[in-house]
Design a protein around this ligand. Structure first.
Ligand code: BGC
Length: 273
């Protein structure tokens, strides 16, 4: 409360003063599950950045629900975190339930991941697809901020993930990495992993990515394409070889988009449906 002097009738007027301190509502916690590591950090949701150094623990092999929930509990304990948590997973996620499992153990399929992680950590946890998480971070804080229309964030790594947004609102689980092109699953030919597997130069690989992006362009007429994932850290090597009609830019939050996006979902009152 504060006093305002000099009001006309000379009475004292009391008003509430809001202190812009960091509260639980502006800090969340994100865990990003990858094939090799589970990375985590508290996240400042006002800045869209990590609020502490991130910690990475190797993804258990096999990456079963119980083993991964155990690692999540370790990550949370390391930071002494007790607030909301989001977990980005390489899986289709509906209402907290894993409906698929890419590069994690197939026993995840059908598991109530929200409930499992919540029980293991003692916190309220919401799970989200990894590319949806990266997309949420890009659209709120990065290359897609304030962009209208259909914005598609594509992550190139072991697979191809997609986060699709209409006027900033997520259309969850679009799975555009699995478009069938020339009778083949697109991510098998054009994921970043295919470059190593097939021993391709950056330019050769860019040719495959271009063909893929042209298909996405034809089907969705996006206003902006954002390319993320590991390959976006070397965008200068391949992006200049891509010739498409749509505006295309590299992701801005390359390393931390998954953690930041997971934290956004963790702070939501309800799971994504
Ligand atoms: C999976 C997606 C995931 C992407 C990136 C794909 O194989 O189907 O759910 O987002 O890989 O990890």
């Amino acid at each position: 409360m504060a006093r305002i002097a000099g009001s006309r009738n000379q009475n004292l007027v009391l008003v509430r003063v809001t202190v812009p301190a960091v509260s639980a509502a502006t800090t969340s916690f994100g865990i990003d599950v990858g094939g090799s590591g589970m990375k985590a950090a508290p996240v400042d949701l006002e800045l869209g950045d990590l609020a502490d150094d991130r910690l990475k623990i190797a993804t258990p092999q096999p990456a079963t629900p119980e083993a991964m929930a155990g690692v999540a509990a370790e990550l949370v304990a390391h930071f002494g975190w007790s607030g909301p948590i989001g977990v980005a997973m390489p899986a289709v996620v509906r209402a907290g339930i894993a409906m698929s499992a890419a590069n994690i153990d197939k026993s995840w399929i059908g598991v109530d991941a929200d409930a499992l992680y919540s029980e293991a950590t003692g916190c309220e946890v919401h799970v989200v697809n990894d590319a949806d998480a990266a997309g949420l971070a890009e659209v709120r804080y990065g290359a897609g901020a304030d962009r209208k229309g259909v914005v598609i964030v594509l992550t190139f790594g072991t697979g191809i993930g997609s986060g699709t947004f209409v006027d900033g609102v997520l259309v969850p689980n679009t799975e555009l990495g699995h478009l069938e092109i020339d009778g083949e699953d697109a991510e098998r030919r054009a994921a970043a992993a295919a470059r190593n597997r097939d021993d391709l130069s950056w330019e050769e690989w860019a040719g495959r990515v271009e063909r893929y992006l042209q298909t996405v362009e034809k089907l969705f007429s996006p206003s902006l394409l954002i390319v993320g994932g590991g390959a976006s850290r070397k965008a200068e090597k391949w992006l200049p070889h891509i010739d498409i009609d749509t505006e295309i830019v590299p992701a801005a939050l390359t390393n931390e988009a998954g953690i930041v996006g997971a934290a956004i979902v963790g702070a939501m009152a309800e799971p994504l449906i």
